[in-house]
Design a protein around this ligand. Structure first.
Ligand SMILES: Nc1nc2c(ncn2[C@@H]2O[C@H](COP(=O)(O)OP(=O)(O)OP(=O)(O)O)[C@@H](O)[C@H]2O)c(=O)[nH]1
Ligand SMILES: [Mg+2]
Length: 485
């Protein structure tokens, strides 16, 4: 049997929903019919399925974007289904395509898939439906990648950014920047032609002699590219999330805050200092940012108390977690007040800029109000894990601090509100390469040598949207998608 490849027009089938017991499952079919999308002779997804359908004529005559009720059958009935019919080119893939909604049992899905194979379909490769959508001009590469981002989005913000890319926001911005560079290139070439004839450019161009004509356009392209690149860390924050670590002295209320933020009793809480020995991690979404929250063993100076082996290892682990955190929530026990250990920890975080940002919490504010300290600024944040006081504000502060650390100043975020930055490593690398090339072009004074770096930049931008691409790149990219997408 020949190995299936992405470039074929074979009729393909895949389960698009997770396999397991569920009310319904969705099977997707597409393709067949050869290179010409309207060629029905060799059997398209619709004609092939009709051989397994209880009402073949109804299916064959169904207009695009319509549904037909019936049964999938071989010699015997397999399942009662609804099939949605899409006709080329008005389908996701651009080919004739069908979605089958069947019952979601594993035995049902297995039997229908086997029957489809008998009828001439093969199992789709990962991302093959989206690959075909790209090849048939239905989606550019940024939209294709955003489809996978949407499937994988763990938070509302990640979803929002992916949807913006799916609606074409990144493609539009990349195309606009590319057009600025193409205009710059064209102007440089015209200028070269004119200067050979010793004719000066019209004054309206406003460019200084000897410098790159269209320099302001190239500069605008550069600043727009830099803005896209700057948004990358924020995009990663929304997609991958951050590690937030609760640290502080024993009994400060770390586990209580951990449970309050998670809205469940996950960590053991007692009034015995040193209760938490082994750290615990849990996932939650804070203001749309996926957060891994860690509760740790209380920090205390090893010299001041005789520590058992287990607690000593626990404290070591707490310190390690603090070092790898994206944000530390340092909890002060409001009942006992600020101690020397607390001051030492906070000072260390302030002086070492490599350390993750920290928010210092005054917990048990229900028992004793936050003290007014000189020069304290917004550094001491009052909360109560018992009454919930301050927790809403804390969630917002955590999100703001993480966004700030990821380079997202609110004004800039506002600028990108209707647009979107790069969503994948591939897009980010190409934007960086384009920035390097435009910077190089802007540094060159000689007009006859600026064209190559500008063309490089234009090519990088064309690669982002898929205007210029190679078969290898496409295969590597789509093979990371899931089957059925
Ligand atoms: N009144 C009041 N009591 C609290 C608050 N937060 C925690 N406590 C109490 O403080 C004690 C210690 O709480 P934990 O959450 O176990 O403290 P911890 O920081 O995890 O302690 P270790 O695991 O020992 O490091 C418990 O008796 C809690 O009920 C609060 O905001 N108000
Ligand atoms: Mg604890």
């Amino acid at each position: 049997m020949k190995t299936p490849s992405y470039g074929s027009y074979d009729p393909i089938a895949a389960l698009a929903t997770p396999s397991g017991e569920s009310a319904l499952a969705l099977l997707r079919l597409s393709g067949g019919g050869g290179k010409d999308l309207n060629d029905n002779k060799s059997g398209t997804a619709i004609t092939l399925l009709s051989k397994l359908f209880s009402k073949p004529e109804k299916l064959l005559n169904a207009p695009g974007n319509s549904s037909v009720h019936g049964w999938i059958k071989e010699k015997e009935l397999i399942d009662e289904v609804i099939v949605s019919v899409y006709r080329a080119p008005k389908s996701y893939t651009g080919e004739d395509a069908v979605d089958i909604s069947c019952h979601g049992g594993t035995a049902v899905v297995k039997k229908i898939m086997a029957a489809l194979k008998q009828a001439g379909f093969r199992e789709a490769l990962p991302g093959e439906f989206t690959f075909r959508a790209f090849m048939n001009g239905k989606l550019d590469l940024t939209r294709c990648e955003s489809v996978m981002e949407l499937v994988q989005a763990k938070s509302d913000k990640a979803r929002g950014q992916a949807v913006r890319r799916l609606s074409g926001a990144l493609e539009a911005e990349i195309t606009a920047i590319k057009n600025l560079l193409i205009q710059t290139l064209a102007e440089a070439e015209i200028y070269l032609d004119y200067s050979e004839d010793e004719v000066s450019l019209p004054e309206a161009s406003g460019e200084k002699e000897g410098l790159l004509p269209g320099r302001s356009r190239a500069e605008e392209a550069l600043s727009r590219l830099r803005r896209l690149a700057d948004s990358w860390r924020r995009e990663r924050l929304y997609a991958e999330g951050a590690l937030v670590v609760l640290a502080g002295r024993p009994n400060a209320g770390k586990s209580s805050l951990f449970n309050y933020l998670l809205k469940e009793d996950r960590s053991i809480v007692t009034n015995i200092p040193g209760t938490t020995r082994d750290w615990i991690e849990a996932a939650l979404s804070l203001e749309g940012i996926p957060v891994r929250l860690a509760d740790t063993a209380g920090l205390r100076e090893t010299a001041s108390v005789a520590l058992g082996e287990v607690e000593r290892i626990g404290i070591e682990k707490s310190r390690e977690l603090v070092e790898t955190a994206d944000l530390v929530l340092y909890v002060i026990d409001g009942e006992t007040g600020i101690t020397k250990d607390d001051i030492d920890f906070i000072q260390a975080g302030r002086t070492d800029l490599r350390k993750a940002p920290r928010i210092v919490l005054w917990n048990k504010a229900d028992l004793s109000p936050k003290p007014e300290l000189p020069r304290e600024g917004k550094a001491l944040f009052p909360v109560s894990a018992k009454t919930g006081e301050g927790i809403g504000g804390l969630c917002r502060l955590i999100a703001e601090t993480l966004e700030e650390a990821a380079g997202g100043n609110p004004a800039e975020a506002g600028d990108l509100k209707d647009s979107a930055g790069p969503g994948t490593e591939r897009q980010k690398e190409l934007i960086d390469a384009a920035i390097d090339s435009v910077e190089e072009a802007l540094e060159l004074a000689e007009l006859d040598i600026i064209a190559p770096p500008l063309r490089d930049a234009v090519n990088c931008l064309g690669e982002i949207t898929g205007e210029f691409t190679t078969a290898d790149l496409l295969e590597t990219m789509f093979s990371k998608f899931c089957v059925g997408k």
